[in-house]
Design a protein around this ligand. Structure first.
Ligand code: NAD
Length: 473
């Protein structure tokens, strides 16, 4: 979608469901670098009028987009479940979130504020103001194919920017339908552009294009680091949300049944393919054995199946390469001496897809590769610790810092963990995954770079401040 029109690309690629490789959702474009240039040019041309538009007009359009997403909920949820593989209930929840995000930022469009400061020079007033950046390039991953584009596009448009979105190769359909809705809801031509295609061609051109003022990226740490280096080279603003190796600490005083549900949800739901998934389960020795055996029993009762089947609790892995990666890590875990308590088997189902039974390792150490590298699949390792102090040290001993959780009945320890866990999001008696959309989202260390996404703080990335000194004559 460039300058308000749908353009054919020279090549297309089949978008195949991971639940059933015979289910082709559609053939989507693999755009060229020239098409990126066209999209950026269109966005630049649209920027002066859009950025000067009264905020209420932008708010109304964003509100309409939010309402339309809600109206198309059932359809969009099915498309999302088919192409990404998360079960329908989770896909519908993600669509709801995208709808809410647009409606939240419709309100925020009206709430851009500045600051008035007494000047140090007499009879002069200093004001700090905000203005939009221009063209923002967005590069998104496959695991939240409608929510992540939504939480980048909505604030960008709310504050008067124009957008070029490059979605993940594996999930173009959600982005395509979101673009269709955005266009149908009255966003002027060129203000929002969608360019589908590969990271190496489309993503790379977007990052290097001098007409793109800022890049908002969500994806792996490797890709993020590469993008940051290029963006820094041309002084473009950049925001990166990347991987995690999120710890969940379970102390002896926790409600064990609740802790097991929290671990189950946080580590394995949505096939463990969440950047906030709890892949390291750090458990106090006195409850370790009971925790492992009960969590394993709960895992065996989960139903791994087709994303659209009503009785599936976990869908397939997103793709064949990701399945191969998960299996390789499971092999590596065993070779390093971890004990595979349950799961880790490639499964056959009624349709041909990429099914894997959720894998729980015990007797792991924090030095093992399975506990240091992001796997991004339904795989978690349990680490036995003596007490809270050791648990906190292990939790923080990672290059990542996205989300961290603790299950405990002690308010004192919970507060200590809240303030000392090296993570951008801290969860007390809650899964590490699952966040609200009206508060900031992001991490520390190798998980995030740049200012926060979502909530009121999103304005920091999508606007720049300027200072005006004003002396009345
Ligand atoms: P990825 O890094 O492979 O791809 C992300 C996006 O970057 C895709 O659109 C891809 O096409 C593009 N890309 C790839 N190479 C590029 C290049 N050279 N130049 C420009 N763009 C390029 O990640 P993925 O496999 O799609 O997603 C999984 C990763 O995303 C995991 O690491 C996960 O933790 C992370 N993630 C993070 C968050 C967060 O908010 N922290 C949220 C969801 C996913």
């Amino acid at each position: 979608l460039i300058d308000g029109a749908w353009i054919d690309a020279p090549q297309t690629e089949a978008n195949v469901s991971p639940s059933d490789i015979a289910d082709v959702i559609g053939h989507f474009p693999l755009a060229t670098a020239d098409m990126v240039d066209g999209a950026v040019d269109a966005a630049k041309r649209a920027f002066p009028a859009w950025s000067r538009e009264i905020p209420e007009k932008r708010a109304d359009i964003l509100d309409r987009i939010g309402q339309r997403i809600a109206q198309e909920r059932a359809f969009l949820g099915e498309v999302l479940a088919r192409e990404e593989g998360k079960v329908l209930a989770d896909a519908l929840a993600e669509v709801d979130r995208a709808s809410r995000v647009f409606r939240f930022f419709a309100g925020e469009a009206l709430r851009v504020t500045g600051e008035t400061v007494a000047s140090l020079r007499g009879q002069c007033e200093a004001t700090v103001r905000r203005r939009p950046l221009g063209v923002v390039g967005m590069i998104t991953p496959w695991n939240f194919p409608i929510a992540i584009p939504a939480w980048k596009i909505a604030p960008a448009l709310a504050f008067g920017n124009c957008v070029v979105l490059k979605p993940a190769e594996l999930t173009p359909a959600c982005a395509w339908h979101l673009a269709r809705i955005i266009r149908e809801c009255g966003v002027p031509a060129g203000v929002f552009n969608l360019v589908c295609g590969s990271g190496a061609v489309v993503g790379d051109r977007l990052v290097r294009h001098r007409g793109v003022a800022a890049i908002s990226f969500t994806g792996s740490t490797t890709t993020g680091a590469r993008i940051a280096a290029i963006a820094a080279g041309r002084m473009a603003r950049v925001q990166l949300e990347m991987g995690g190796k999120n710890p969940l600490v379970v102390l002896a005083d926790a409600d064990l049944d609740q802790a097991i549900e929290i671990a189950l949800n946080g580590a394995f739901f949505q096939t463990g393919q969440r950047c906030t998934a709890s892949s390291r389960l750090i458990v106090e020795a006195s409850v370790h054995d009971a925790f492992v055996s009960e969590l394993a029993a709960r895992l065996r009762s989960l139903n791994v199946g087709h994303a659209l089947d009503a009785d599936s609790t976990i869908g397939p892995v997103v793709s064949e390469p990701q399945l191969a990666k998960d299996v390789a890590y499971i092999r590596a875990g065993r070779e390093e001496g971890a004990q595979l308590v349950t799961g880790g088997e490639v499964l056959e189902r009624r349709t041909e897809g990429f099914y894997l039974s959720p894998a729980l390792f015990a007797e792991t150490t924090n030095e093992m590769r399975i506990n240091r590298e992001e796997i991004f699949g339904p795989v978690a390792g349990v680490i036995r610790v003596a007490d809270y102090d050791e648990a906190l040290a292990v939790a923080n001993d990672t290059e990542f810092g996205l989300s961290a959780g603790i299950c405990t009945a002690s308010h004192k320890i919970a507060c200590h963990f809240r303030d000392h866990a090296e993570a951008g999001m801290v969860m007390i008696n809650l899964p590490t995954a699952g966040v609200d959309y009206h508060v900031p989202f992001g991490g520390s260390k190798g998980s995030s770079f740049g200012s926060r996404e979502q909530g009121r703080q999103a304005v920091e990335f999508y606007t720049s401040t300027y200072t005006a000194y004003d002396r009345p004559l």
